[in-house]
Design a protein around this ligand. Sequence first.
Ligand SMILES: [Ca+2]
Length: 112
Amino acid sequence: MTIAFKPSADGAADSRSAGSVSVSQAIYKNLHEIEAVFRLMDTDGSGFLSLEEVKRACSILNDVVLAEGSAEPKQKLSDEEIEGFVKAMDLDGDGQTSYNEFLEAVRNHTFG
Ligand SMILES: [Ca+2]
């Protein structure tokens, strides 16, 4: 699936759809944050997330969550869970997660 963002010429589309934010609008609003997260995770700057990069990011997230004491230890992701997560994101099966695949995973996770 491809998502096309059409800039509205006069902002009329925004007021028409007030109260019912579409998925693409919600993603567009958060696109900078999503892209920032992807870049943070892509530590070698290759433009793709390797399994190791996702593991490292999850490990940092685990440490932060556990340090805040807001999570049970059982919520810590295992390597197997992370590998399953990466495989689920890897839509074209090349073993890495592209930004588009990451965006799609965020879309599916956030909006069901
Ligand atoms: Ca990378």
